[in-house]
Design a protein around this ligand. Structure first.
Ligand code: SAH
Length: 241
């Protein structure tokens, strides 16, 4: 699937941003530093709520594979999919170089294309820090729900469309502190927790937990917190039958 062709529910300009930075993905002090620094907290959030070891797990929008690799190390049969070829190639090479020979498996796909042949296939479905990069997150959430087996655990994370998030992620993160590449985030695409919860319910899911987390780019410390004003994670579940 060439990414240069228009694809449903894919923003070509968004993909171009990730393509241009693909080679920087595993530089822990580079543009993707925040994804490295927050990974343990989000992995813990997932493994506290769902068994991943020897389970079929998919990460949609896996990029260079930071979360996917950690799920593989936790014993998951993890498939990472992403429509951006560059990050996916980086992910494949990085896994091999780090002796992850069987998992993660990677495929060039979106949730919408992958679901055609893989509906109801996964025990755990994760889409972290990606919903704010798609044209319509409601369509993505519906496809993610379809990928899950009955009873599947679903994990999402994104950024709240809240003035505090604009101040921290866009103004401070991208323009003052330069911890994020300029243009990484489009405020209009940020998603309120109530909107994501609604999309999850519309997709037939039960929302179990909405949990804020915060990240300090100076100390590089990430922790769960009560406020969902900026970053948050969601755990939802597909009905058993
Ligand atoms: N989930 C990873 C990477 C987040 S960066 C992590 O948290 O570590 C966002 C990723 O979403 C990029 O790799 C980008 O290519 C991907 N993406 C953008 N649009 C997408 C879409 N429509 N479907 C799936 N992935 C998409």
């Amino acid at each position: 699937m060439p990414y240069s062709q228009p694809q449903p529910n894919v923003d070509a300009a968004e993909l171009a941003k990730f393509e241009s930075l693909a080679h920087r993905w595993w530089d822990r002090d580079g543009e993707f530093k925040p994804l490295h620094d927050i990974n343990d907290v989000r992995l813990q959030f997932i493994t506290d709520r769902a068994k991943v070891s020897e389970q079929d797990v998919i990460e949609v929008g896996c990029g260079g594979g930071i979360l996917a690799e950690s799920l593989a190390r936790a014993g998951a049969r993890i498939v990472g999919i992403d429509p951006a070829r560059g990050p996916l190639t980086v992910a494949q090479i990085h896994a091999k170089e780090n002796d992850l020979l069987e998992y993660p498996k990677y495929e060039l796909a979106t949730a919408e294309t992958y679901v055609d042949e893989h509906a109801a296939s996964f025990d755990v479905v994760a889409a972290l820090e990606m919903l704010e990069h798609v044209p319509d997150f409601r369509i993505t959430v519906a496809s993610l729900a379809e990928l899950g087996k009955p009873g599947a655990h679903m994990f999402f994370s994104t950024i709240n469309r809240h003035p505090k998030a604009f101040a921290l992620m866009v103004v401070a993160g991208e323009y003052v502190l330069n911890v994020l590449p300029k243009g990484t985030h489009d405020y209009a695409k940020f998603i309120k927790p109530s909107e994501l919860a609604r999309a999850a319910r519309d997709a037939g899911l039960t929302v179990k937990t909405i949990q804020g987390y915060r990240y300090n780019p100076f100390t590089r410390y990430c922790t769960l917190c009560d406020s969902v004003d900026v970053n948050y994670l969601m755990h939802a579940q597909k009905p058993i039958a």
